[in-house]
Design a protein around this ligand. Structure first.
Ligand code: ZN
Length: 558
């Protein structure tokens, strides 16, 4: 493209709209990325103390890498925000965000693109660099460039923008007495000393190298693990810890365990883990889903059948009980077991012997039974659908597995673990999950629990372009409501109102709803959708939990 007459930078109104101040919950957003408004004095002090403790060289490298990470994140927005713009306008997202973020004033002087060949050559002038300002104040005039974080940003942004390694360097820095800084960027291979420049961006300490190796090993391990290990038992929440603690205590014993919990909470994973932790780990783990088997087949599946026991039983075959001999039999959705099978199961549990259909003798089996149900067995007994004596027999050691909405702090580690596993499975790499997407996940009530999370993460990975971050739109069809305050073009904070406020107002008028009634309705809706979880409902409404409680109280008093 033409280079001598660079077009002016496009309006940054589209970028300003990405900034949301959500003061009510203490957060600032740049699209999906959480930002922090810092005092330059504080940041400058951090920079100074870093130099004094780990030295100038190390500080330069650390700050370059920190800037690089920011640049990479901003690059994920470039094509997203300006999908139909020229390459220059898309690329300008970097310099323009850098300005909006208060880092430096950027003036393009030369900018050349060959997107197909992966070539780019750019020269930009920098004024008001925060690093020059603080460095010169603390250490006086310099002989070497000092805009480390800034140059890291330019390199990271350009590299992520093109999907290949680029390096920017300062060809002059205002800290060295020039009237402004000037930076130049080229592909790595076009710099004669490119490899040497790259060293600043490589993790350097032995410790970090070891961490890298460990991460490689982990991803290998994940990619080798069977797919049903995806999102294996991971969590740090109190309710999850409690369930794990019960599981651990039961593992060494022979006790019959009953796992209860909503659909999708991972009951089979708990059962497998229990088996793996038990002395039976080297013996078979056999799972049966009682709801998935036709009623007429369930008894022969569980207990086996002799030849000719029923139409279609061509040969004698062992049932799942026999196949699990020495190991663990997992009976999922136990509440669906038909009455005659319930009677037979009770007998096996009482005697430790199974009788194949059509057989004249019984066989001894040594099986530990783990049952699971998402229905209330007590209620099923009351309704006459489940045997009371069988329930007592199975309900010796119940473990309640909490729904995902009650273990919000587990969502991030679970999601990251699943993402790693799916990246290995689909042989595709993305940059991670955006802060905004994680936030939306924490606010979602998860009716389908861990299984739903797993589906969403897999879908998110497939939709997200390689190298980018999985964002909220990649996970949820409808993004949650935006935070309430945004940055106007005049630079002031203003209330961010939905575009169709007119429609909403007309609707209110039409229905004769008062503002109070609307507020009550919205609050009730949020509480219902969060399944009664007030913390989640409060987050969804952008309120604190005490604020929500107060309003609920007021509704009840009306
Ligand atoms: Zn500089």
């Amino acid at each position: 493209m033409a280079t001598d007459n660079l077009p002016p930078l496009p309006s940054d109104a589209d970028l300003r709209r990405l900034i949301h101040f959500s003061a009510g919950d203490g957060r600032i957003w740049l699209a999906g990325h959480r930002m922090v408004l810092l005092h330059l004095g504080g940041l400058a002090n951090l920079r100074k103390e870093l130099m004094q403790t780990i030295g100038v060289e190390q500080t330069r490298r650390v700050l370059k890498r920190a800037g690089y990470e920011s640049g990479v994140r901003d690059a994920t927005l470039a094509r997203q925000v300006r999908p139909n713009a020229t390459p220059f306008e898309q690329f300008a997202v970097g310099p323009q965000l850098h300005m909006l973020e208060g880092a430096v004033q950027v003036t393009p002087e030369f900018c050349d693109f060959d997107l197909e060949a992966g070539k780019h050559h750019g020269i930009f002038r920098w004024d008001h660099s925060w690093e020059v300002e603080s460095h010169v104040r603390d250490f006086g005039p310099q002989t070497e460039p000092v805009c480390w974080m800034l140059i890291g940003y330019a390199s990271g942004f350009t590299t992520a923008f093109f999907g290949k390694q680029f390096l920017y360097r300062e060809i002059q820095c205002a800290a060295c007495g020039h009237d402004s800084c000037r930076i130049e960027g080229r592909p790595l291979e076009d710099w004669p000393d490119g490899e040497q420049l790259m060293e600043d961006y490589q993790a350097d300490s032995l410790l970090v190298r070891m961490e890298d190796l460990q991460a490689d090993l982990e991803s290998l391990r994940v990619s080798l693990a069977p797919s049903d290990d995806l999102g294996e038992l991971i969590g740090r929440s109190k309710s999850f810890d409690k369930a794990i603690e019960l599981l651990r205590k039961a593992a060494g014993t022979q006790v019959t365990v009953l796992l209860t919990g909503e659909t999708g909470v991972g009951k089979e994973r708990f059962a497998r883990t229990l088996h793996a932790m038990s002395p039976r780990a080297s013996k078979p783990f056999v799972a049966v889903n009682c709801a998935a088997l036709p009623h007429e087949l369930i008894e022969s599946e569980l207990f086996g059948a002799e030849k000719g026991a029923f139409t279609g039983a061509g040969a004698a075959r062992p049932g799942r009980f026999e196949r699990a001999d020495g190991g663990t039999l997992f009976l999922d959705e136990l509440g669906e077991l038909p009455p005659s099978a319930q009677a037979k199961l009770l007998r096996v549990l009482q005697t430790g012997e199974v009788e194949r259909l059509g057989a004249t003798a019984t066989r001894k089996v040594d099986v530990r039974v783990v049952a699971a149900t998402n229905v209330d067995l007590e209620a099923a007994v009351e309704a006459g659908r489940f045997r009371r004596d069988l329930m007592y027999r199975l309900n010796v050691y119940p473990i309640g597995i909490p729904p995902l909405r009650d273990r919000i702090e587990d969502i991030e580690p679970l999601a990251n673990h699943m993402l790693q596993a799916f990246m290995a499975l689909h042989n595709k790499r993305v940059a991670g999950i955006s802060d905004r997407a994680l936030d939306a996940m924490r606010n979602y009530p998860w009716p389908g629990n861990v299984r739903e999370l797993e589906n969403l993460i897999e879908r998110g990975l497939i939709i997200t372009p390689a190298g980018q971050m999985v964002d909220v739109d990649d996970l949820f069809a409808v993004a949650p409501t935006p935070p309430p305050v945004t940055l106007s073009e005049s630079g002031e904070l203003k209330q961010a109102l939905p575009a169709d406020l007119d429609t909403l107002f007309d609707e209110l008028q039409k229905r004769g709803l008062s503002l109070d009634a609307l507020e009550d309705g919205l609050i009730q809706q949020a509480v219902d959708r969060a399944g009664g979880n007030l913390s989640a409902a409060a987050r969804a409404l952008g309120l604190t939990r005490p604020q929500l409680s107060y309003r609920l109280q007021r509704i009840r008093e009306r």
